[in-house]
Design a protein around this ligand. Sequence first.
Ligand SMILES: Nc1ncnc2c1ncn2[C@@H]1O[C@H](COP(=O)(O)OP(=O)(O)OP(=O)(O)O)[C@@H](O)[C@H]1O
Ligand SMILES: N[C@@H](CCO)C(=O)O
Length: 293
Amino acid sequence: MVTVRAPATSANLGSGFDVFGVALNRPADVVHVNKADETTIDVRGVGSQYIPEDPEKNTVGAVARALDAPAHIEIDKGVRPASGLGSSAASAAAAAVALNDLYDRKRSKKELVPIAAKGEAVVSGTAHTDNVAPAILGGFTIATDHEITQIETDISLVVCLPEVVVSTREAREVLPERTTIDKVVDTVGKAATLTAGMARGDPELVGQGMHDTIITPVRSDLIPGYESVRETALENGATGVTISGAGPAIIAICQEEQQRTVANVMIDSFADHGVESRAYQTEIGAGAQLCSH
Ligand SMILES: Nc1ncnc2c1ncn2[C@@H]1O[C@H](COP(=O)(O)OP(=O)(O)OP(=O)(O)O)[C@@H](O)[C@H]1O
Ligand SMILES: N[C@@H](CCO)C(=O)O
C-alpha cells in the first residue's frame, strides 16, 4: 500500500484567476492506494457523504485512468468539498503521486500536474491546474497552459470557511464573458505586485496584489457577508483579503502575530450575518508527500 498526504490549496488569489495557487499547511487529504484489477473507491472523513465513490465521478478515478493504474483507493477527506480550498484537487493530487509510486510510472511531479487536472475536469468541466499544481508542488505556483513556475515561501494567512456550499461549476457560470482594458491593466499590475511579494516573502505586497475588479465582484454575491468579513479582516491587520478559489472560503494574508485576531473577527463577522464558520490559521507550505510505501 502507498499512502500520500496532499494539502488544501487556495487558487486565484484575486488577480491570478485560473493561474495563481498556494499550498496550505492544513487541512489536507490522505489517500491510500493498493493495486487491483479495476479501480474502486472508498471515501471517509469531512463531507464524504457528498462525494461520489463511482470512479467515473470522483477525481481520483480520472487520475487512475490517465496513469493506467487501476487500484483500490481509500480517501480520508480533511478538506471539505465545495469549499474553495481545492478539495477535489487535494484527492486528485494525492492519488496522482501515490499511483505514480505504486506502479513506478516515473512521472516527475510537474508531469503529474496535467494528469491530476483531469480529475478537475470531471467535477467542474475544465481541467484547470491552479489547485493541483500547488497541491503537488507546494509553495506559490503560476500555472499557464505552457509552464508551471513555483516559488517557495512560507507567508502566513487565515482561511475562513463558512457553512455555505458554492460549487466551482456554479461559480464559473457567473463569470463575465468580457471586460474592459482598464480592468485588464489593473489586473496585470496587481498580479505582478503579488508575484514580486511572493518572491520577496513580503505579505504587504502580496496583500496589495490580491485586489481584483473582474472576477471577485461577481462571485462575492454567492457568499453571504463577504464584504463585511473582508473589511473587518483588513481593519484588524490583514494586508489583503479575497475569495479562496471559487469560494465560499475567504483568504486573508497577515503577519503571524495577527492570525488569531484576524481569524476571530472573520468568524464573528460571518456570525453577524447568521452564518457559522471555522478558520484555519496556517501558512503557505509543502505539496503532496509520500507517507508510506
Ligand atoms: N475526491 C473528491 N474530493 C472532493 N470532491 C470530489 C471528489 N471527487 C468528486 N468530487 C466532487 O467535486 C465537487 C467539489 O469540487 P469543487 O471544485 O466544486 O470544490 P472545491 O474543490 O472545494 O473548490 P475549489 O476548486 O474552488 O477550491 C463536489 O461536487 C464533489 O462531490
Ligand atoms: N480557478 C478556479 C479554481 C476553483 O477550482 C476557479 O476559480 O474557478
